[in-house]
Every structure is written in C-alpha cells, then in structure tokens.
Design a protein around this ligand. Structure first.
Ligand code: HEM
Length: 118
C-alpha cells in the first residue's frame, strides 16, 4: 500500500495544504492572535516539513517535537479543535479524499496531549 504522503499527492500538494492551513489560522478568530508575531513563510515551511515527514515522505523536519514547540503556550482544547478544523478545511480545498482526511485527522488528534495545556 502506498504511504499517506504519496496518497496526499507528495511534497508539492502537502506544501500547498500546509500554506492553506496557516492562512486559515490567520483568519480563524479562535486562534489568529497566536500567530501575530510569526514569520509566516518560516512557519509555513516548518509546518510543511513536519507534515511531509510525518506522513512518510522525506525526512525534512529538523525542528523540536510537538511538546517542546507548544510548551508554555497554555493552549486550550477549543484552540486545538480550531486547528483541526483548519486542517480539514485545507484538505477539502485541495481535493484530499475522505480516507486520507480521516488518517491525517487521527494523527493530529493523537498529538493532543503534547499540545493542550502543556
Ligand atoms: C496537532 C496539532 C498541532 C500540530 C501538529 C502543530 C504543529 C506545529 C509546528 C510543526 C510548528 C512549527 C515548529 C517550528 O517552527 O519549529 C508549530 C508552531 C506553533 N504552533 Fe502548533 N501545532 C498544533 C497545534 C497548535 C495549536 C492548537 C496552537 C494554538 C492555537 C498552536 C500554536 C502554535 C504557535 C503559536 C506556534 C509558533 C509559531 C511561530 O513560531 O511563529 N499549535 N506548530
């Protein structure tokens, strides 16, 4: 069976989805202020590398683990759901199939204890 990375359309497709996720975060009232001081092109790049690596693509992501990234941010469960909403919206926009959306959602959801109130 092909990897999730391949079924998502590979690096170009995942890079586009990642850029859309960050843009949706900036338009999402539940979380937009979190990114007020972000370097957006750097953030999009990090998110794309994380996504590519985490779905079985090339090993590009050299950043911190999710606990270390989000530690001290005091992120709520509502904010976490807002991020999942944006990920689903970005995948829909880019024509990702339901099966692949479900797999990505499951992987993201499983990271909740590294992100919420850490
Ligand atoms: C499963 C869910 C999540 C994943 C996979 C995720 C992933 C990431 C990644 C890959 C980075 C970049 C790390 C780096 O540059 O080294 C990041 C940064 C960040 N995340 Fe998350 N994140 C998640 C949930 C959230 C939530 C719910 C919030 C709060 C709304 C949040 C807020 C942030 C902020 C503020 C940054 C730093 C942005 C910056 O450096 O400019 N994240 N996240």
């Amino acid at each position: 069976m092909s990897t999730l990375y391949e079924r998502l359309g590979g690096s170009d497709s995942i890079t586009q989805i990642s850029s859309d996720i960050v843009d949706l975060h900036l338009a999402n009232k539940a979380i937009s202020t979190r990114f007020a001081n972000s370097d957006l092109s750097r953030l999009k790049q990090s998110v794309a590398e994380f996504f590519i690596t985490g779905t079985g693509g090339p090993n590009l992501y050299k950043g911190k683990d999710m606990l270390a990234v989000h530690k001290g941010m005091n992120i709520s469960a509502v904010e976490f759901v807002a991020v999942l909403d944006d990920a689903l919206a970005a995948m829909n926009k880019n024509g990702v199939g339901q099966r692949e959306q479900e797999e990505v959602l499951f992987v993201l959801y499983s990271m909740r204890s590294d992100v919420i109130l850490v």
